[in-house]
Design a protein around this ligand. Structure first.
Ligand SMILES: *Cc1c(COP(=O)(O)O)cnc(C)c1O
Length: 462
């Protein structure tokens, strides 16, 4: 009996990535160079990114072929399984059907290797020998270290010093994959050195680590920089997730009414929902799907942020990007979902949220860890703190279905496991987690500072 199946592993790894740009309801506002106040020239990006990725970033091709070398690398852990959460459903006494696509089976334990492999491959094809990047708790760093090792590149990873010291486990994975990992600020760059001269105990931040990784890339031969979320090319590499999930859920004769995922930059959630969004725009969708993105109340970019042009990083090295933002000088509260502590979100996701096509909600980390520990007890997989946000939303929706009697099919993304986040669960058990809410007032102040910096932003017309 097909409907009793708890896990589907079979699916065909897709031959193409899906690019949403030609299917957006409006053209995406272009990235702007703050010096010229004009859209950036793609050539300017060539000092940090390989040509093929810049081409994908701007591409209007709907389907981008996945090279066979990348498919071969994906085969190590793809297709990933789709589960039916029977135990959670019966515990909640809900008529809803709950499915989750699980990306924690990848070597570094999250969805991030889907883009890391692609990025390492194109750099390798263009003769690059080293890739630099930044990492917080090490999810992106470990994915890139793994991917570089697959294609014989050297990864140089700037890891926020406080994480380097306090969260060593993913650092050790990176080192096993032969990456060089530097505690940032480091003595490896001019910028890092200047900070250490002022304060040798500087604990670092993602903004500092980004600046170091970019400096390293632009001052060395055959070296480029790599980013793990937010950019169009990163999001489209993640669409293998949704394409597989569609095959798997259709095999069960089902189709989602609702798709849920957590958003840090928005890449994993986009990877799941874009292929279903394509069904909607091409009038192939079997249902009227709701898309729900979940963020922390501690970093509520879409629920409390403003949809304007802002920098993607604290050091203001990136172009200005139109997105929901809390302000680029946002200092994230110390919540455990490190991957969701970003001030902005992917421009495509922000456009869809602004059009009302994607709905957003926010939860605090206490309610999120309650949901995660319930999920662990019932379903047997320890979720990373980030997708635990999606689980909280799914539980709320399933309870609503119990009340209304609706037999909705809910699909969510479990984008990574939490076995390296044990410290967070320890703090949870010891009642040390605070239900942090980022104040609206702080967002206002940040945006005022942004307008002081660039008064012309108020009149910009893109
Ligand atoms: C990095 C990360 C995120 C946040 O990034 P997105 O681009 O929004 O996917 C979420 N979950 C996990 C497990 C991550 O590693």
């Amino acid at each position: 009996m097909v409907s009793a199946i708890r896990v589907i592993v079979e699916a065909t790894i897709p031959d193409y990535w899906y690019n949403i740009l030609p299917d957006l309801p409006k053209p995406l506002p272009p990235p702007i160079n703050p010096a010229t106040k004009e859209p950036i020239n793609p050539k300017d990006l060539e000092i940090i990114f390989p040509k093929e990725l810049i081409k994908q970033e701007m591409s209007n091709e709907r389907w981008i072929p996945i090279p066979k070398e990348i498919k071969e690398a994906y085969r190590l852990w793809r297709p990933t399984p789709l589960y039916r959460a029977y135990n959670l459903e019966s515990y909640l006494k809900t008529p809803a059907k709950i499915y989750y696509k699980y990306e924690g089976v990848s070597p570094p334990g999250s969805h991030k290797s889907n883009t890391a492999i692609a990025q390492a491959y194109y750099n390798y094809k263009e003769g690059i020998e080293n890739l630099t990047t930044e990492t917080g708790a090490g999810q992106w760093g470990s994915a890139l270290a793994f991917a570089c090792h697959m294609f014989g590149l050297k990864a140089r990873i700037y890891m926020v010093r406080s994480s380097y010291d306090q969260k060593p486990y993913r650092r050790i994975l990176m080192q096993l994959w032969n990456a060089d990992v530097y505690a940032s600020p480091s003595n490896n760059t001019k910028y890092g050195k200047s900070l250490l001269e002022k304060d040798p105990t500087n604990p670092g931040s993602l903004g500092i680590a980004i600046s170091e990784a970019i400096e390293d890339a632009i001052t060395h031969e055959k070296t480029k920089y790599s980013l793990g979320s937010v950019l169009n090319h990163v999001l489209l590499h993640q669409t293998v997730i949704g394409q597989e999930a569609k095959q798997q859920i259709e095999y069960l004769d089902d189709y989602p009414d609702m798709i849920v995922g957590c958003i840090g930059g928005g890449s994993s959630f986009s990877g799941l929902f874009w292929p279903f969004y394509y069904d909607v725009v091409s009038k192939k969708a079997k249902k009227n799907i709701e898309f729900i993105a979940v963020e922390p109340t501690a970093a509520p970019s879409i629920t409390k942020g403003v949809y304007i042009y802002d920098h993607g990083d604290t050091a203001r090295l990136t172009p200005l990007i139109k997105m929901y933002t809390l302000g680029h000088d946002f200092i994230p509260p110390p919540i455990h979902a490190g991957g969701l502590r970003y001030h902005g979100k992917a421009p495509t996701l922000c456009l869809l949220a602004n059009e009302g096509i994607v709905k957003t909600r926010a939860y605090n980390q206490l309610e999120v860890f309650n949901a995660a520990s319930l999920f662990f007890k019932l379903e047997g997989i320890l979720p990373a703190p980030e997708p635990a946000h999606a689980i909280k939303a799914v539980i709320d929706e399933a309870i609503k279905c119990r009340q209304t009697g609706e037999e909705k099919t809910i699909l969510f993304l479990l984008c990574g496991h939490g076995y390296f986040d044990i410290k967070a669960y320890q703090d949870y058990l010891e009642n040390k987690l605070l239900p942090y809410e980022y104040p609206e007032e702080e967002v206002k102040k940040s945006i005022e500072r942004l307008y002081e910096l660039y008064p012309w932003l108020k009149n910009i017309n893109f």
